[in-house]
Design a protein. Structure first.
Length: 96
Protein backbone atom coordinates (compact mmCIF):
# COMPACT_ATOMS: atom_id res chain seq x y z
CA UNK A 1 0.00 0.00 0.00
CA UNK A 2 2.78 2.44 0.84
CA UNK A 3 4.49 1.47 -2.36
CA UNK A 4 1.33 2.31 -4.24
CA UNK A 5 1.01 5.65 -2.49
CA UNK A 6 4.62 6.48 -3.27
CA UNK A 7 4.10 5.39 -6.83
CA UNK A 8 1.00 7.58 -7.10
CA UNK A 9 2.87 10.53 -5.60
CA UNK A 10 5.70 10.08 -8.04
CA UNK A 11 3.21 9.81 -10.89
CA UNK A 12 1.46 12.98 -9.71
CA UNK A 13 4.81 14.78 -9.46
CA UNK A 14 5.79 13.66 -12.95
CA UNK A 15 2.42 14.83 -14.26
CA UNK A 16 2.84 18.16 -12.48
CA UNK A 17 6.41 18.48 -13.75
CA UNK A 18 5.24 17.69 -17.28
CA UNK A 19 2.46 20.25 -16.98
CA UNK A 20 4.88 22.89 -15.70
CA UNK A 21 7.35 22.05 -18.48
CA UNK A 22 4.57 22.37 -21.06
CA UNK A 23 3.54 25.74 -19.65
CA UNK A 24 7.14 26.95 -19.67
CA UNK A 25 7.55 25.77 -23.27
CA UNK A 26 4.38 27.59 -24.27
CA UNK A 27 5.56 30.77 -22.57
CA UNK A 28 8.95 30.46 -24.20
CA UNK A 29 7.33 30.08 -27.61
CA UNK A 30 5.18 33.14 -26.97
CA UNK A 31 8.24 35.13 -25.96
CA UNK A 32 10.01 34.02 -29.15
CA UNK A 33 7.03 35.09 -31.29
CA UNK A 34 6.83 38.44 -29.51
CA UNK A 35 10.57 38.96 -29.94
CA UNK A 36 10.28 38.18 -33.65
CA UNK A 37 7.37 40.61 -33.94
CA UNK A 38 9.48 43.30 -32.26
CA UNK A 39 12.37 42.60 -34.64
CA UNK A 40 10.04 42.92 -37.64
CA UNK A 41 8.49 46.13 -36.31
CA UNK A 42 11.97 47.59 -35.76
CA UNK A 43 13.01 46.69 -39.31
CA UNK A 44 9.91 48.38 -40.72
CA UNK A 45 10.44 51.43 -38.51
CA UNK A 46 14.09 51.72 -39.58
CA UNK A 47 13.12 51.42 -43.24
CA UNK A 48 10.38 54.03 -42.87
CA UNK A 49 12.73 56.34 -40.97
CA UNK A 50 15.32 56.03 -43.74
CA UNK A 51 12.68 56.77 -46.39
CA UNK A 52 11.52 59.83 -44.46
CA UNK A 53 15.10 61.01 -44.02
CA UNK A 54 15.69 60.80 -47.78
CA UNK A 55 12.46 62.70 -48.49
CA UNK A 56 13.36 65.30 -45.87
CA UNK A 57 16.86 65.78 -47.32
CA UNK A 58 15.42 66.08 -50.84
CA UNK A 59 12.95 68.69 -49.64
CA UNK A 60 15.70 70.65 -47.93
CA UNK A 61 17.78 70.54 -51.12
CA UNK A 62 14.84 71.86 -53.14
CA UNK A 63 14.23 74.66 -50.65
CA UNK A 64 17.91 75.62 -50.72
CA UNK A 65 17.82 75.67 -54.53
CA UNK A 66 14.77 77.96 -54.47
CA UNK A 67 16.56 80.32 -52.09
CA UNK A 68 19.61 80.30 -54.37
CA UNK A 69 17.36 81.08 -57.34
CA UNK A 70 15.75 83.93 -55.39
CA UNK A 71 19.16 85.32 -54.42
CA UNK A 72 20.30 85.17 -58.05
CA UNK A 73 17.11 86.85 -59.24
CA UNK A 74 17.47 89.56 -56.61
CA UNK A 75 21.07 90.26 -57.74
CA UNK A 76 19.99 90.41 -61.38
CA UNK A 77 17.14 92.75 -60.42
CA UNK A 78 19.51 94.99 -58.45
CA UNK A 79 21.95 95.08 -61.40
CA UNK A 80 19.15 96.01 -63.82
CA UNK A 81 17.86 98.72 -61.47
CA UNK A 82 21.39 100.10 -61.14
CA UNK A 83 21.74 100.18 -64.96
CA UNK A 84 18.40 101.96 -65.36
CA UNK A 85 19.27 104.52 -62.68
CA UNK A 86 22.69 105.09 -64.27
CA UNK A 87 21.12 105.50 -67.74
CA UNK A 88 18.56 107.95 -66.37
CA UNK A 89 21.28 109.87 -64.57
CA UNK A 90 23.32 110.04 -67.79
CA UNK A 91 20.23 111.15 -69.76
CA UNK A 92 19.55 113.91 -67.23
CA UNK A 93 23.16 114.98 -67.33
CA UNK A 94 23.06 115.20 -71.15
CA UNK A 95 19.85 117.22 -71.07
CA UNK A 96 21.36 119.85 -68.82
Amino acid sequence: MIKKQISNLLKDNKTKDKSIDDKIDNLLNQVKRIRQDIVEINKKAEKRTSELEVRFNNSISKIEKHFDDLDRAEKEFDNEIDKIILEQAEDLAEEE
